[in-house]
Design a protein. Structure first.
Length: 285
């Protein structure tokens, strides 16, 4: 199957009988082949329907704008849908933000270079100059944007300028708090990796917090960034068992491995249009 011919439809709407039949009949009428369909209804009757559908476009009988206009007129408005059609051929541009720790950054660059992640890393932005050589080895532009309390507004203005064409911003252990103004410009398009299993151990030095509490599991959380610090919709989480023999340093090492994996999965699912945000939660297909 040629990935470049895939289109993806995501729908959120009030549930009622016949919606899925109406969607599939509409697509059939435009000569496309449905290759994947997932849906979830929150109640047996009268709930909310979430749906993700993949279809193949080689024999689509109309241009994209015409298909989307027809879908909105025939289905979107009558069924009160919040919907979107994305096309795999439109390669998403990703900006990666990083500070001092590079483990998540390098994991992402390696996976993108191997083709294991869809999309393209358009740039790396950092408030540290340290990673330039490592990043430029991948042929990716590196932008050093220092941030201080006095220069934060100017730094964010520069980052907004750099990311004007970015489809996704990934905070790969970027240790600066983004302002509400910056976040609002990229709603549901900024993914952060948090080095604990939220909502536990928020804030600084989570592995020492975990050590001092004698926890038996540690974790990592990938979530969308909102104005409320570390409280955005969660995309993916994972945990691993630990014990009394783990030092703070050992917990950090185990945690970094989790961070890499959890962030990579969340980025993959976003780029493959598998995530639907519903309030402060996500539906991931």
């Amino acid at each position: 199957m040629d990935a470049s011919t895939i289109a993806r439809l995501r729908v959120t709407c009030p549930d009622r009988p016949g919606i899925i039949a109406a969607i599939t009949s509409f697509l059939y009428s435009h000569n496309v082949n449905i290759t994947a369909l997932d849906q979830h209804a929150t109640k047996a009757l009268g709930g909310t329907l979430y749906l993700r559908l993949e279809f193949q476009t080689p024999h689509l009988d109309v241009a994209r704008p015409a298909l989307e206009q027809a879908f909105g007129n025939v289905l979107g408005t009558p069924y009160d849908m919040d919907w979107e059609i994305d096309y795999a051929a439109d390669v998403k541009r990703v900006a990666v933000f990083v500070s001092g720790s590079d483990h998540c950054l390098m994991e992402l660059l390696w996976r993108f270079a191997r083709g294991d992640l869809p999309g393209q890393v358009a740039m790396v932005v950092s408030n540290h100059p340290d990673h330039r050589e490592s990043v430029e080895r991948f042929g990716i532009p590196y932008h050093y944007v220092p941030v201080t309390k006095e220069t934060k507004a100017e730094a964010e203005a520069r980052m907004v300028e750099l990311c004007a064409d970015a489809d996704l911003i990934v905070l790969a252990r970027y240790m600066q708090i983004l302002s509400p103004d910056f976040v609002s410009r990229f709603e549901n398009r900024i993914i952060n990796i948090h080095h604990s299993f939220l909502p536990a151990f928020m804030g600084a030095d989570p592995y020492r917090q975990a050590y001092e509490r004698g926890v038996k599991i540690i974790g990592a959380t990938a979530h969308y960034v909102t104005e409320d610090l570390d409280c955005g919709p969660i995309i993916e989480q994972d945990v691993i068992r630990v014990g009394h023999r783990h030092s703070v340093e050992a917990l950090g090492k185990v945690g970094r491995d989790l961070e890499r994996q959890v962030l990579a999965r969340a980025v993959t699912w976003h780029l493959e249009d598998r995530v639907i945000v519903s309030g402060n939660k996500t539906i991931v297909f």
